[in-house]
Design a protein around this ligand. Structure first.
Ligand SMILES: [Fe+2]
Length: 259
């Protein structure tokens, strides 16, 4: 992991510089730093389970470190994590790394893999024009990211007042809406712009399990009871029950397949 040190130092100084002029709540900024560390940990677990070669392992870990680098200045500039009303934080992250020539010491091949991964980590659909190796790395980051967002939302639920920025400034009082329910039950990707409430957001996240790629990712999700904790924090009704039990069954069947 020695290769990580210099990049981590750049990450630390870049984020602490931004923090100096931050006009919004620093908690949300710190939350993304902790998130980055957890996504690195998840990435290492997944990539070890897949026995990746050195090139792929290193590309995956660096992609994890920088996957949300666009989030910090997004928050400083706009005070939100909503991409629709600010900017696409995946594309923006790649621009920042270019502007600061952060990846220039790497081989052009690795530079390109990391760049593609950061740009595509937050897109609804996986691109179909990446190399097989890049596709694996992107899938790892997407799993590692979702697993940690499950943790964040579970922990938000334990707090008295969930933070509105983390919950995308949604309405905390409404149950799952019918259109979100139908889409999640069909395994469709719900767009952020369609969300109306905290429970819609949680329903969307429960539906993310259908996009999880690797056996170890399902194991990590199961071990921490993330889905159950999210479900318990929602208004209990037919919609939340149906969604929870179908995602739970899906996770159990994927775990069984891989035993
Ligand atoms: Fe992200």
């Amino acid at each position: 992991m020695e290769y990580l040190i210099g990049y981590r130092q750049w990450f630390n100084s870049y984020t602490s510089e931004l923090l100096k002029d931050l006009q919004y709540k620093p908690d949300n900024f710190h939350l993304k730093i902790v998130h980055t560390d957890r996504v690195i940990e998840n990435t290492i677990l997944i990539s070890e389970s897949l026995k990746l070669n050195d090139f792929a392992h290193k590309s995956a870990v660096l992609s994890a470190l920088f996957h949300d680098i666009g989030r910090f200045n997004q928050y400083c500039r706009f005070g939100t994590f909503k991409d629709e009303i600010s900017l696409d934080h995946g594309n923006y992250g790649a621009e920042i790394l270019k502007e600061f020539t952060v990846l220039d010491d790497l081989s052009s091949q690795m530079n390109e893999v990391i760049n593609n991964t950061i740009i595509n980590h937050n897109k609804h659909i996986m691109p179909d024009n990446l190399s097989d190796e890049n596709t694996v790395i992107l899938k790892i980051i997407r799993d590692a990211d979702k697993i940690d967002i499950f943790r964040i939302i579970s922990e938000q639920n334990k707090m008295e007042q969930s933070d509105r920025t983390v919950m995308l400034d949604l309405d905390r009082n409404h149950a799952v809406s019918e259109s979100v329910y139908k889409q999640v039950m069909k395994g469709e990707n719900v767009k952020y712009s369609e969300l109306k409430s905290f429970d819609d957001f949680k329903a969307l996240q429960l539906g993310w399990v259908y996009d999880i790629n690797y056996p170890i990712s399902f194991k990590i999700i199961q071990q921490h009871n993330y889905l159950e904790n999210i479900y318990k924090s929602m208004a209990q009704n037919k919609y939340s029950d149906d969604i929870y039990y179908s995602v739970k069954n899906y996770v159990e069947s994927r775990l069984k397949d891989n035993q």
